[in-house]
Design a protein around this ligand. Structure first.
Ligand code: FES
Length: 132
């Protein structure tokens, strides 16, 4: 229910940033929540180890959309290492807190981000090995 959420969460839900997909992303990562069926997919453009652009496609509840949006704002412009250090707690804190029952359910977007970075780094490692 809407009344469980603070104003910041509602505001991020109403005006989410960086929503949608991306043409030719450098990396993608997806997480799904088996319990509630919400899905988040992250797309990244990476240049010189820095996240130059980020989009997130989220099918989910108010908290899933608010946390996805906030995650993109925190990740944009960061190096891959800095982005890997982002945590669920940082996202929740930036939103002024989440209802306890939503904390573990909805706050998955950092994991999608970390997956995208892992995929990117794996791809680049294999490329480096095969081009020699
Ligand atoms: Fe939204 Fe679970 S109900 S993430």
């Amino acid at each position: 229910m809407m009344d469980d959420y603070n104003e910041k969460v509602i505001d991020n839900f109403r005006n989410p940033k960086n929503m949608g997909s991306m043409d030719n992303p450098d990396a993608e990562g997806e997480v799904g929540n088996p319990t509630c069926g919400d899905i988040m997919k992250v797309f990244l453009k990476i240049d010189n180890n820095i996240i130059k652009d980020i989009k997130v496609k989220t099918f989910g509840c108010v908290a899933a959309i608010a946390t996805s949006s906030k995650m993109t704002e925190l990740a944009l412009g960061k190096t891959l290492e800095e982005a890997k250090d982002l945590t669920r707690d940082m996202v929740a804190k930036e939103l002024g807190g989440l209802p306890a029952q939503k904390m573990h359910c909805s706050n998955l977007s950092v994991e999608a981000l970390h997956k995208a970075i892992d995929n990117y780094q794996k791809k680049h490692m294999t490329k480096e090995h095969t081009t020699d």
